[in-house]
Design a protein around this ligand. Structure first.
Ligand SMILES: Nc1nc2c(c(=O)[nH]1)N[C@H]1C(S)=C(S)[C@@H](COP(=O)(O)O)O[C@H]1N2
Ligand SMILES: [Mo]
Length: 337
């Protein structure tokens, strides 16, 4: 089912400032055919990174991804008046501590991650728990392109075209019981292929865990992503399945998910456990609540360099206030940071 969110933060694709996006797309589409129509034609029912300039071809696109892409709904949600971050930045400036602490470590090391076969466990307070091969897990859902701002708590940001489906669709299928109040997301731990998990100095207690309140997860903006830039997810971005809640700081977006649990209690999440005074469970992007060690009023939008740092004001709920502010009505966002 398609969820149409017509809000001020939406726009038509022509309003997205081109990171060569608009032109390359037009070149590819060759005029009047819509992306959806063309993608449905047999010859085009495959990954379509040609929509974005500079996107690496993927050596092996999984068959399940190609099959789903034929019916993909392009531009389901977009960002108005802002450029898509170049693919090279989105895939070479990452946080994925399992692969090391530096921004360049995930790109250097995540290639070793084995994403096929992959299985996902659904458990906890649901009528229909199960363990699914990834392709079966994805099968029921229509994939959509969601062009979202990504705001890291470290005060840098990007605009990334994800491909995924609303978590709300999953929640409906698995039939949560009345006890299910939160979702808990767990990342794979693979000591053999994750140097950050092996290292002795690691502060983090693996696995990486994140969580959402049930009503947050039901919000149509919250998605499980399987692709980006018209192609399958890069390993360093959390292949083959990662969480995206665009109104929250990036650390909420657990990567390479192997388990989604429906639970009664608020899950103990990774960053909150590590430094509870600095990182909260909610982690809503908020320019008026500073991090103890830096301001959150501004952010550095990638690409960003010494001579053009590309600083911009941070938006309340990362620009998605109209869609999500009601989730927090009556809550003190200074206390629930
Ligand atoms: N498993 C796992 N997920 C993770 C992280 C991580 O270290 N491990 N880092 C988080 C942080 S801090 C951010 S900002 C985003 C970065 O996502 P990106 O690299 O795709 O831009 O991933 C989040 N998800
Ligand atoms: Mo982050």
């Amino acid at each position: 089912m398609l969820i149409k969110i017509a809000r001020p933060s939406d726009c038509h694709e022509s309003e997205v400032t081109p990171e060569a996006l608009y032109l390359s797309r037009r070149r590819f589409l060759g005029g009047s055919l819509s992306g959806i129509a063309l993608a449905s034609l047999p010859g085009f029912a495959s990954a379509d990174p040609s929509r974005y300039d500079g996107v690496d071809p993927v050596a092996q696109t999984p068959a399940w991804f190609d099959e789903k892409l034929g019916a993909l709904k392009w531009d389901a949600v977009t960002v108005k008046g802002e450029s898509i971050t170049p693919f090279a930045d989105a895939t070479h400036y990452n946080n994925f501590y399992e692969f090391g602490p530096e921004k360049t470590d995930p790109a250097a090391n995540a290639g070793a991650l084995q994403t096929e076969p992959w299985s996902v466990v659904i458990d906890g307070e649901v009528a229909k728990p199960g363990k699914y091969a990834l392709e079966d897990f994805i099968k029921p859902y229509q994939l959509e392109e969601r062009i979202y701002r990504l705001r890291c708590v470290e005060a840098w940001s990007m605009v990334i075209p994800w491909i995924g489906f609303p978590i709300a669709e999953l929640i409906k299928r698995v039939e949560p019981t009345g006890n299910a109040k939160y979702l808990r997301f767990e990342t794979l731990v693979d000591r053999a292929h994750m140097p950050g998990v092996q290292s002795n100095f690691a502060l983090i207690e693996w696995p990486y865990v994140e969580g959402l309140r049930m009503d947050e997860a039901m919000n149509p903006l919250a998605i499980l992503a399987v692709g980006m830039y018209g192609r399958v997810l890069a390993n360093q971005n959390g292949a083959p399945l990662r969480l995206i809640a665009p109104w929250k700081y990036g650390f909420k977006g657990a990567k390479s998910i192997i388990r989604i649990s429906f639970v009664a209690e608020q899950p103990k999440t990774t960053w909150q456990s590590l430094a509870p005074d600095e990182y909260g469970f909610y982690a809503n992007v908020n320019p008026t609540v500073d991090h103890p060690r830096w301001t959150q009023a501004h952010e550095r939008r990638l690409p960003s360099g010494l001579f053009s740092p590309n600083i911009r004001p941070t938006l309340m709920f990362n620009g998605y206030a109209e869609e999500v502010a009601s989730l927090y009505a009556g809550m003190d966002l200074r206390v629930n940071y």
